[in-house]
Design a protein around this ligand. Structure first.
Ligand code: BES
Ligand code: ZN
Ligand code: ZN
Length: 478
């Protein structure tokens, strides 16, 4: 357990005291000189103070700018935690206790979350120990009203995000489609959700033409992983279905991407599938009373003698024919089959996440998720609210039918690319053709992978989507 509740401070841990500018810190400082110094410096608007004691370091962090929206304050707490994590690392700290010295519980959680997320490392491939960074092994929380249940929940969420990040950070040399399915099965066993993996033969017999077309250039078989969490006390009668793009590597196929810029990080093209698996892990491990199904179609996308070519016409799982005009628009080919497959569940709602378009990335950068859909105002607003709460914010793009007209083909029911503009939207509209239920499409191409460190979200895979979807599902049970 990385995060746990404490009811007193012990000798072996460092201390972070969280307070407001006018908080009374006297219960935590026996030494009057220190207290006077603290008072003086906080009055001068100093936000972080460091006290070196014999056996530990004591940090004071001032939070809670009341002029700002609550969710901005929570994000400031996470970011403050990230910068204190760096300080603690400098002191070789092992364990730390967060003490609530007068802020809200929500802020305490957010701070603890930021600290725990910053603690993440992907070091599986370092063979020399000195390349692994020192991390915290324990984060205690000392705050009267903070419940054990909520701390456990936070611990599970942080673990789930780390697992999603691990999956994104794993290169193709390890994480093939078959291995992705195996990793998801492992996550299911650990947390309690069920998994079924459809292999190539099964995918062929089901005639999932989109997934098979993309897989034709690959030397590895595709997989289609079905996850399910169906507790007896579920609040919903129809399942919520989550669909994630599982392109374990995207070279673009014969419409090859140029390297270095656009291909180097394309191991991240399964971040949608990672987010879905991470969410199911968190939902199952915390026993949320909600019926959720996850679908992860997976393959890599490469050029090869047998690869699908621009101009090909592919018959999809639902019988729709698609003229392929760019083999780099492969995500929508495999997702279309998964979305058609979801119809059999008669879902209450389907949320699909994918690193779908450079266009979404170009429009808003790494700071948010591009969302669109036809699921209705209320549910979309709930999802957006979750986005603000956990700061995985969603920007809603239009979903007008005119964009769909750009996908008309001369020789088939649809073509797989639209025009020069609005690429993120035409991609979403393409997918809508394969749905028959309330649908939300989230394009995570921007925030899924950070080329430079983004505060507590880190460098590399960010695990975006897990905290968002978990928060949404948690609210759904309330
Ligand atoms: N995987 C890419 C999208 C992407 C871009 C993800 C940047 C993460 C970061 C996707 O398969 C793709 O190549 N999309 C094309 C679509 C185009 C050919 C219509 C794109 O956005 O250029
Ligand atoms: Zn592509
Ligand atoms: Zn892709």
């Amino acid at each position: 357990m990385l995060l746990y509740k404490k009811d007193q401070i012990t000798d072996d841990e460092n201390i972070i005291i969280l307070g407001k500018k006018d908080s009374d810190f006297s219960p935590w400082f026996k030494n009057k000189n220190e207290l006077d110094y603290l008072k003086k410096r906080t009055e001068e608007d100093k936000k972080t103070l460091t006290f070196n004691h014999l056996n530990r370091i004591v940090l004071v962090q001032i939070l809670g700018n009341q002029d700002k929206a609550y969710y901005i304050r929570l994000e400031e707490a996470r970011k403050a935690a990230c910068s204190l994590h760096r300080q603690l690392k400098g002191f070789d700290a092992d364990k730390v206790c967060i003490v609530n010295g007068g802020i809200t519980d929500e802020e305490v959680y957010a701070f603890a979350e930021g600290l725990a997320l910053t603690n993440y490392q992907f070091n599986r491939y370092f063979t020399k120990n000195n390349l692994k960074e020192k991390t915290l092994t324990g984060i205690g929380i000392l705050s009267e009203k903070v419940s054990e249940e909520n701390i456990n929940r936070l611990n599970i969420i942080v673990t789930a995000v780390s697992k999603a990040r691990d999956l994104v950070n794993e290169p193709l040399s390890y994480l093939t489609a078959v291995q992705l399915a195996a990793e998801i099965e492992k996550m299911g066993k650990e947390s309690g959700f069920k998994t079924e993996v459809l292999n190539k033969r099964k995918i062929e017999s089901l005639k999932m033409g989109g997934l098979l077309a993309v897989n034709r250039g690959s030397i590895d078989p595709p997989t289609f992983t079905i996850m399910e969490w169906k507790p007896e006390n579920a609040v919903n009668e129809k399942p919520l279905v989550l669909v994630g793009k599982g392109i374990v590597y995207d070279t673009g196929g014969l419409s090859l991407k140029p390297t270095p810029d656009s291909m180097d990080y394309m191991k991240c093209d399964m971040a949608g599938a990672a987010a879905v698996a991470g969410t199911l892990y968190a939902v199952a491990a915390s026993g949320l009373p909600v019926w959720v199904i996850g679908l992860a179609p997976a393959t890599d996308n490469r050029p090869d003698g047998n690869a699908y070519v621009p101009g090909d016409v592919v018959t999809m799982y639902d019988g729709t024919t698609v003229e392929v005009l760019n083999t780099d628009a492969e995500g929508r080919m495999i997702l279309a089959d998964a979305l058609s497959y979801a119809k059999q569940y008669d879902p209450e709602l389907v949320i699909e996440l994918s690193t779908l378009t450079g266009s979404a990335h170009a429009a808003i950068g790494q700071y948010g998720i591009v969302g669109m859909g036809n699921a209705g105002r209320e549910v979309f607003d709930q999802l957006k609210m979750s986005g603000e709460h956990c700061y995985e914010r969603i920007v809603e793009f239009p979903f007008w039918d005119e964009y769909g007209e750009l996908l008309k083909s001369d020789i088939a029911d649809l073509k797989n690319i639209g025009g020069k503009y609005a690429g993120a939207i035409t991609a979403g509209k393409f997918l809508e053709n394969f749905t028959s239920y309330p649908y939300i499409h989230l394009d995570i191409a921007g925030p899924s992978y950070n080329k430079t460190t983004e505060e507590y979200r880190g460098k590399g895979g960010s695990g975006v989507g897990v905290r968002l979807l978990y928060d949404f599902l948690l609210n759904h049970t309330r």
